[in-house]
Structure formats: structure tokens, C-alpha cells
Ligand binder design. Structure first.
Ligand SMILES: Cc1ncc(COP(=O)(O)O)c(C=O)c1O
Length: 334
């Protein structure tokens, strides 16, 4: 539905629609830096040995295929990445794609790793563009098939290519919880459920820990209930200040029917209300501005008046001295 809203040009322009998730390419762009940064950290000390394997695997908790696409771009830019691992939860559309070559729409299931609860990955077609060898006509055919049938299957040669670049895993709830517990018991490091899905995928694929980065995507304090399920005897770490602020804010929510028209109408109404409020505020500020303009005009007039009076007085004094300089000299001599 978000994508449909973006396709509605009038609506998009009217409300200046933007996304803060990875539909917005700027987010993906920023995430590319993580891969470079961590690659340099992992290969520190190895780079001077020419015979060392400098390829790094990245295991990425994924829903919208955004963060992992950033890794793919880093690889296209030349970063030595071996495998990108798609770590999913029960919403395993991407995992099934790597397993079977079929990308099929399914209903979203609510899980304990909610940021990965995505049934259609917004960035997937961005990857398909590269998979199709930048053949836009082919991507269009694939996507049109997907739009009309809810499924697309890539031919075998493309699937082989996918598998040279990606591995995947889908973690169940119990696997996520067990992984959180195991990582905590072994390393005294608390991870969030999304990160645990990735750690589980890394373990399943037996990736070499020396050359593997598991991306941690959220602070565990955001998922206290799940942390308590995984580590019931663990005292929760204090919430970071920035998170406290968010938790302290009032929750505002409006329930809407799952219909694009209703959602667009709701957003438009909000935007119009806000525009009216800011126009009102600007007018009020404009009024004060007039006052302050008047007062600044007044003070500038005062300044000019004092300069003029001062100059006139100085000119008058000079004239008087010139005219009566003989008498003044005589007076001073006495
Ligand atoms: C904590 C967390 N983990 C994983 C994801 C999934 O990432 P992506 O949608 O980029 O695949 C998100 C997305 O916002 C997230 O917030």
C-alpha cells in the first residue's frame, strides 16, 4: 500500500510523501558505509599478509531487503564480500526465493522480530535489476508477473547466480529465543531478536567466525519482553536515554481500514491541518515582526537624529571658533 501511495503522483506531490525506511534510497546509501567500516575492522592485521583471505561474509537481518542491498552495493563497489546471508523470520519470502527461485507473496505474520515482518520486500526489484544483467525490460516482465499473479519464478541460470551471492535462513521463534540465550550465556552480550535471527543463520551455515560479520540492528532494551523470555534471570540493562525519551512520550494512534483511499484522505487532512496551523503561526509571527520592524525603525530614526544633531553641533562649534578665533586667543592669553 505504501508503494501504491508513492505511485499516486497527485497524492505524493500534494503531501510531499517521503519514506524513512529503505524505500528511500538515501537510507540504503548510508548503510553502505557499515560494510566498508566493518570490513576494515575485520581485516585489520590481515591486510599486510598477501596470502590471507580478505573476503568477509555478512549476515543481515532482513525484511525489506534494504540493509542487505546496501551490502550488495558495497560488493558491486569492489568490497571483497564473500556471501551475503539473508536472515529472515517466519516471514520468509526471501529465504524461499533463494531456496526455490520463486518469489511469492504471502500474508505477513506477527513475530518477535517485528521489523522483519514484511511479506513483499520493497528493495527486491532493485536487486532484480542487477540479477537480470541490468535488463530493464526483463525486470518489468518479472515484476508485472508478480503484480498480476502474486508470484514470480526466475529461470534456473538466474537462480544459480543468486546462490553464488546469497545464502539464507528463516528462524523460528524458539530458534531466535534460544540464540539470544546462548549468545548471552557464552559472550555476556545481549542481542535483540532481529540480531538473533542473523546469529542463528550464521551458525546454521557454519560460517567462519573470523571472516563473518553479524549485523546487529536494534537495541535489546526495545524488546524487553523477549529478552526476559530468553534470559529470565538476567537483569535488564538500563534503557539508553534516547530510548527513555521515546518510551516517555504519549502514544498517538489512529485505526484506519486497510484501504488506500482512507489512508490518503487521513494523511491529506492531517497535512492540511498542519499547513493551516503553520500559516496561522506565521501570520502571528508576522504581526510581531511588524511591531519589531516599527521598533527597529524607531531606533534607527533615533540614531540618525542623534548623528544629525551631533554633526550640527560640531559644525556650529567649528564655525564659532573660526569666526571668533582672535578674541578666543586673546582671552586665553590673559
Ligand atoms: C531492527 C531492524 N532489523 C531489521 C530490519 C530489516 O531491515 P531491511 O528492511 O533493511 O531489510 C529493520 C528495518 O527497519 C530493523 O529496524
Amino acid at each position: 500500500m505504501v508503494k501504491d501511495a508513492f505511485h499516486d503522483k497527485d497524492f505524493r506531490d500534494r503531501v510531499q510523501l517521503g519514506a524513512v525506511n529503505s524505500i528511500n534510497w538515501a537510507r540504503v546509501l548510508a548503510q553502505i558505509t557499515y560494510y566498508f567500516y566493518s570490513w576494515f575492522r575485520v581485516t585489520d592485521g590481515l591486510r599486510s599478509h598477501a596470502d590471507n583471505n580478505l573476503s568477509v561474509n555478512y549476515v543481515v537481518p532482513t525484511g525489506n531487503f534494504g540493509n542487505v542491498l546496501a551490502g550488495y552495493y558495497a560488493k558491486l563497489m569492489g568490497l571483497p564480500i564473500d556471501k551475503l546471508v539473508l536472515a529472515t523470520n517466519a516471514n520468509d519470502v526471501l529465504h524461499r526465493f533463494v531456496a526455490t527461485g520463486e518469489y511469492r507473496h504471502q500474508h505477513t505474520r506477527a513475530t518477535i522480530a517485528p521489523s522483519m515482518d514484511v511479506s513483499v520486500s520493497s528493495n527486491f526489484e532493485r536487486y532484480l535489476f542487477y540479477l537480470a544483467g541490468e535488463d530493464t525490460a526483463l525486470v518489468r516482465t518479472w515484476m508485472e508477473t508478480f503484480e498480476t499473479t502474486g508470484s514470480l519464478t526466475v529461470p534456473e541460470q538466474y537462480l544459480q547466480k543468486v546462490r553464488t551471492e546469497f545464502l539464507s535462513w528463516s528462524s523460528s521463534k524458539s530458534e531466535i529465543i534460544d540464540t539470544m540465550r546462548n549468545v548471552y550465556e557464552k559472550h555476556h552480550y545481549l542481542i535483540c531478536p532481529h540480531t538473533a535471527a542473523a546469529a542463528a543463520a550464521a551458525r546454521r551455515h557454519r560460517l567462519d567466525p573470523a571472516h563473518t560479520v553479524v549485523l546487529a540492528t536494534a537495541h535489546p532494551a526495545k524488546f524487553e519482553d523477549t529478552v526476559l523470555l530468553a534470559c529470565p534471570h538476567h537483569v535488564l540493562p538500563p534503557r539508553p536515554d534516547i530510548l527513555m525519551e521515546v518510551f516517555d512520550r504519549p502514544v498517538r494512534k489512529t485505526l484506519l481500514p486497510p484501504a488506500l483511499d482512507d489512508i490518503e484522505l487521513f494523511i491529506k487532512t492531517r497535512v492540511i491541518e498542519q499547513e493551516a496551523a503553520s500559516t496561522h503561526e506565521a501570520l502571528a509571527r508576522g504581526g510581531r515582526k511588524t511591531n519589531s520592524a516599527t521598533s527597529s525603525g524607531w531606533s534607527s530614526a533615533m540614531w540618525w537624529a542623534s548623528v544629525t544633531i551631533g554633526a550640527a553641533a560640531a559644525a556650529g562649534a567649528a564655525f564659532f571658533v573660526l569666526r571668533h578665533h582672535e578674541q578666543i586667543r586673546r582671552l586665553l592669553r590673559r
